[in-house]
Design a protein around this ligand. Structure first.
Ligand SMILES: [Zn+2]
Length: 414
C-alpha cells in the first residue's frame, strides 16, 4: 500500500515535472513566436501563454486605481470619438534611441535606483524579479493547489529551468518575526510596520536569517526549496496587515486551515465562496504594493523629476511595446506615440506609475495593471504596460492567473 502510494506520488511528481518542462517550452515558443511577429499586438487567443492586452482604457478606468506622478508636461490630445482605443500605428516607429538621436535631447545621467521596496526574488547582478514570472497572482484561483480558493500570495517561478535554489530577498526593511514551519519548506515573515508583514513560503531549511534579526531591503533571506508532487519549487510570497488573525490563522479559523490554530504562516488561500475578498481580511496585492511604495517614497508631489529608473527585462514578453500619451485612467483618449523596441537591459527614467489599489478587489489576473511612464532619450515621455496578464495559467473559469513582465525597477539584486 505504501509503495503504491509512493509510486503514485512519484508518478505525480514526474507528471508535474513534465508539466513544468511543458510550461517552459510553451513560454519559450511564445517568446519565439513574439520575436518573429510584427509590431502589432498579439491576440490573446493565439497561444496559451499569450499576454492579455488591455481591455480598453474605459473598462480599466472603472477598476480601482492608484497613481503616482500624474502631473507632467505631457500633452494629451483629444481624439475623435471614432478612434479605436488601440489604433494600429503603421507610420510612427520609435527606433532604439542613441544619445545622438536628437540634438536637443536632454540626457540625464542614469542614477542608480534605490527604493524602500523591491521584488522578493532575484539573480545577483540583475534587477530584482528579472528572469521570473508570477505564475499565480494574488487573488486569482490557483487550480493547481486549491481549486475553489483565492490565492492570497504571488507564486514566483524562474522563466527557464528549476527555481530550486533561487535566492529570496527581503522586500523591505524590518524584523524577522517568524522563521520556521513546514509549509512545506520553511517560512520567513518580516514585519515592516505595526500592521504590515511580508511572508516568504517554500524556502530551503537552511535559512539565511533567524527570528528576531533585523533585515534591510534586499537582504538574502534564504533559497527556494525543491518542489513536491504538487508543483516545482517556487516562492509563495504574501503581503498582509496581520501576523495572525482570529478568523484566518488565529484562535478561531473560519475555514479548514492545514497550518493549524495560531499558526503565523496561515493557509495561503481563502475560499471563493467566503463573503469577503482576501483584501477585506487584510491581505494585500504584493507587486502593486511594492511598486506604489517603492516610488511614492521618493516622490515630491510638486516635482516632475524622475521617480527612479526601470530596465527592460532580459526576456521581455514581446519585442516592442506601444508608447501611449496617457495612462489607462487619465480619462482621456490615449494617443499612440509609436512602438518602442525593447532591448533587454536598456534603462529608462521613470516619471510615473499607474497600478490598481494595494487592497485590490480583482479576482483574477485579467485586469492586473502596472503601467510606467518613461522618458525616452529624445526627451519625450509616454506610458508603457510594464506587466502583462497571461493565460499561462488560468482559473477554472478560464480567466488568466499569470503575469509576465516587460520592465522591472532598476534595483539590482546582490
Ligand atoms: Zn502560493
Amino acid at each position: 500500500m505504501q509503495s503504491t502510494t509512493l509510486r503514485e506520488s512519484r508518478l505525480r511528481a514526474s507528471q508535474r515535472l513534465i508539466g513544468v518542462r511543458h510550461f517552459t517550452a510553451i513560454l519559450i515558443s511564445f517568446l519565439l513566436v513574439s520575436c518573429s511577429s510584427s509590431a502589432q499586438t498579439p491576440t490573446s487567443s493565439s497561444t496559451i501563454a499569450a499576454p492579455i492586452q488591455p481591455q480598453g482604457f474605459e473598462s480599466q478606468a472603472a477598476q480601482g486605481r492608484s497613481s503616482i506622478g500624474q502631473s507632467d508636461t505631457l500633452t494629451t490630445p483629444t481624439a475623435s470619438a471614432t478612434d479605436a482605443v488601440h489604433p494600429p500605428s503603421p507610420t510612427q516607429t520609435i527606433l532604439p534611441v542613441t544619445p545622438t538621436a536628437s540634438p536637443t535631447a536632454t540626457v540625464t545621467p542614469a542614477p542608480v535606483t534605490e527604493t524602500s521596496w523591491s521584488y522578493p526574488v532575484g539573480i545577483p547582478g540583475r534587477p530584482f524579479g528579472d528572469g521570473f514570472v508570477i505564475r499565480h497572482v494574488y487573488s486569482a484561483e490557483n487550480t493547481w493547489f486549491s481549486p475553489g480558493s483565492w490565492h492570497t500570495a504571488e507564486d514566483w517561478y524562474l522563466i527557464q529551468g528549476d527555481s530550486t535554489g533561487a535566492r529570496v530577498y527581503a522586500a523591505a526593511e524590518g524584523e524577522v518575526v517568524f522563521a520556521g514551519a513546514n509549509y512545506p519548506g520553511r517560512v520567513v515573515i518580516v514585519q515592516h510596520a505595526a500592521d504590515l508583514y511580508s511572508m516568504y513560503g517554500h524556502l530551503d531549511p537552511k535559512l539565511a536569517v533567524k527570528q528576531g534579526q533585523r533585515v534591510a531591503r534586499g537582504d538574502l533571506l534564504g533559497r527556494i526549496a525543491p518542489g513536491d508532487e504538487r508543483a516545482a519549487g517556487h516562492l509563495h510570497f504574501e503581503v498582509r496587515t496581520f501576523l495572525t488573525k482570529r478568523q484566518i490563522n488565529g484562535s478561531a479559523p473560519r475555514y479548514r486551515d492545514k497550518c493549524g490554530v495560531n499558526c503565523p504562516p496561515g493557509p495561503g488561500y481563502w475560499p471563493i465562496d467566503a463573503p469577503e475578498h482576501p483584501s477585506a481580511l487584510g491581505w494585500r496585492d504584493p507587486t502593486t504594493l511594492i511598486n506604489l511604495r517603492a516610488f511614492s517614497a521618493v516622490r515630491d508631489a510638486n516635482s516632475t523629476s524622475p521617480l527612479g529608473e526601470v530596465v527592460v527585462a532580459t526576456q521581455p514578453v514581446s519585442p516592442n511595446v506601444t508608447l501611449w500619451s496617457s495612462s489607462p485612467t487619465d480619462g482621456v483618449q490615449p494617443q499612440d506615440l509609436g512602438q518602442l523596441q525593447l532591448t533587454p537591459g536598456e534603462r529608462f527614467l521613470l516619471t510615473g506609475v499607474e497600478t490598481d489599489a494595494e487592497a485590490t478587489q480583482r479576482r483574477s489576473a485579467q485586469h492586473f495593471k502596472l503601467w510606467y511612464r518613461i522618458r525616452i532619450p529624445d526627451g519625450r515621455e509616454g506610458w508603457v504596460q510594464a506587466a502583462i496578464p497571461s493565460k499561462l495559467e488560468t482559473g477554472s473559469d478560464g480567466r488568466p492567473s499569470s503575469v509576465l513582465f516587460h520592465f522591472f525597477p532598476a534595483v539590482i539584486a546582490r
